[in-house]
Write a new protein. Structure first.
Length: 277
């Protein structure tokens, strides 16, 4: 478990909350490869991959066309049921489309105490809470202690290709955090090497844990992690998958406290993709 996740768990414990059976967001086309002029895009929150239980909310969506045009999706353009949201993507141009949703989270504060960064709670500690080693309360904070803020952002994205794949949108690098696709996400084949690269401000992110989840067909609520990977020193991620199917790639990255910046970013990212053969 990384330092930030430990801090998050400590904060939750301080308030007596639970983290069991959380719902995670994703977005994906019904068909990753198509010959049609329109493709249904679905989004929601899931326990089991690709089995949404709650419609998506509080995400801002846009997509890039094969020629690079950026188009924003209005909230009213989504059709919603209790369990999922759906959008009809017009994809009359041959090539690859990139669909992306972003959600800005709350800003959390952290303080350096006895050589350790701890979640800063602006409250008085109760007796049962004061022993939590991962949090520090404002009333206990030393004068001139270092304090930093962390702004969280959730990103969900996927790709759909009409008649052929194209490279323009996979080479497009967003500002800040992004995933660079050295292997086209709509052209992944079984038992063939796949290479992605995790970037922050166009610099590779090393030693980051990444999870691959596979589509499930049972009723279990157990986490469906197929494989856990770690990025290389230059941020690259190399893996193979054994057969056809749909997968989610998940990661949780926070800019290190050791950086000079006082305002840091945390990114929770999910990519939906498939293996075609």
């Amino acid at each position: 478990m990384n330092t930030f996740k430990t801090l998050v768990l400590g904060t939750a414990a301080a308030f007596g909350s639970t983290l069991s059976y959380a719902h995670y967001p994703y977005v994906a086309p019904l068909s990753f490869q198509t010959f049609n002029n329109h493709t249904a895009i679905v989004a929601g929150f899931y326990d089991n991959p690709f089995a949404p239980e709650v419609a998506i909310k509080n995400f801002d969506f846009h997509f890039h066309t094969p020629n690079g045009e950026k188009i924003y999706i209005k909230q009213q353009d989504w059709s919603k049921t209790q369990t999922l949201s759906a959008y009809s993507l017009e994809n009359k141009i041959d090539g690859t489309y990139r669909i992306r949703g972003e959600k800005q989270g709350k800003i959390a504060k952290f303080a350096l105490d006895a050589g350790k960064w701890k979640a800063l709670i602006n409250a008085e500690a109760k007796n049962a809470q004061s022993s939590n080693a991962n949090v520090i309360y404002a009333s206990s904070l030393k004068k001139n202690a270092k304090v930093k803020s962390v702004q969280s952002t959730e990103i969900i994205e996927s790709f759909v290709s009409r008649r052929q794949t194209s490279d323009h949108v996979i080479k497009h690098i967003h500002g800040g955090f992004d995933l660079q696709f050295l292997t086209h996400p709509n052209a992944i084949k079984a038992n063939q090497p796949v290479t992605f690269k995790v970037l922050d401000d166009q610099h590779g992110v090393a030693n980051l844990k990444v999870e691959l989840l596979t589509q499930t067909h049972d009723f279990s609520r157990e986490e469906k992690v197929y494989k856990t990977l770690t990025t290389a020193a230059d941020g690259t991620l190399n893996f193979t998958l054994p057969g056809r199917g749909q997968y989610l790639l998940k990661l949780d990255y926070q800019q290190p406290f050791e950086t000079k910046a006082e305002n840091l970013k945390r990114y929770k990212y999910t990519l939906a993709f498939n293996v075609i053969e």
